[in-house]
Design a protein around this ligand. Sequence first.
Ligand code: 13P
Ligand code: SF4
Length: 309
Amino acid sequence: MLAARTIVDEILDLKRQRNAIILAHHYQDTEIQEIADSIGDSLELARRAQQFDGEVIAFCGVWFMAETAKMLNPHRTVIVPDRDAGCSLVDSCPVDQLRAWKARHPDHVVVSYINTSAAVKAESDIICTSRNAVDVVNSIPKAQPILFLPDVNLGNFVKKQSGRENMKIWQGACFVHATFPARRLTAAKLEFPNALVASHPECPEEVLRLSDYIGSTSAIIEWCVKHPGEEFIIMTESGVSHSLNRRAPGKKFHFVANEQCNCSECPYMRMNTLEKLRDSLHDLRPHVELPPALMERARLPVERMLALR
Ligand code: 13P
Ligand code: SF4
């Protein structure tokens, strides 16, 4: 008797028929990460999209990440399982407000976090991610004033690391990371006194001050895997536990709940499901569409970032 076809079989068949690649961010559900061709942070996934030469990119992440993949692949189809997979940081920086900010500071260079809309990228000089933000800012001459947007916590972290005084920072925040309270981290440190703390730079400054390591999602995973320590408190979305447990099976990882959902999951990232992924590969919808001129302008600052090694 033939075994029943599972949804994973259907996805893999559709992937072959479509000549597609499945990219998944670390914040996706485990079952999506398990069938992905590549799992990564936003910088790694942008680089993976840049190297792609098939026909369809199924981007299991949030919309701005898929837009970035589309800018790098204007003639390919980029689909996302759920069109509503947004980002509170993107929402915190409408392009008209950025234009007004730029008009008040015409001599400033605009450094935008990748968590921005295509329209905001098109108004930017260079893009950064949480992994390379300090390097991107350090690549700009010291005397050059900077507008950094939209994440206030990442901005303050970069300002401190780079020692830049002439950097103005937008006051946006990620509603997942910015609501991790330092007092809950302090309580976790008391409960697990041997644990080291690894945090994403979108966390509040008080959380970062209590951390042993600060880095992007992939950088946190790499640090925990390599570190001789056995126990860690992880201050980011709990989807990273998939790679942490796979790559460091003997170690313990604890997560702290935020005040937004009393959990540590990004509700946007978690909108994607296997069923929606299958349907999007079948229908090639929802897919990213951007006006060609906007896409052209937005791609330049992304390529400037990717050219930095
Ligand atoms: P990474 O750049 O670490 O993947 O982070 C993206 C993100 O959205 C963090 O909330
Ligand atoms: Fe955006 Fe925060 Fe979700 Fe990352 S975790 S995608 S910054 S809302």
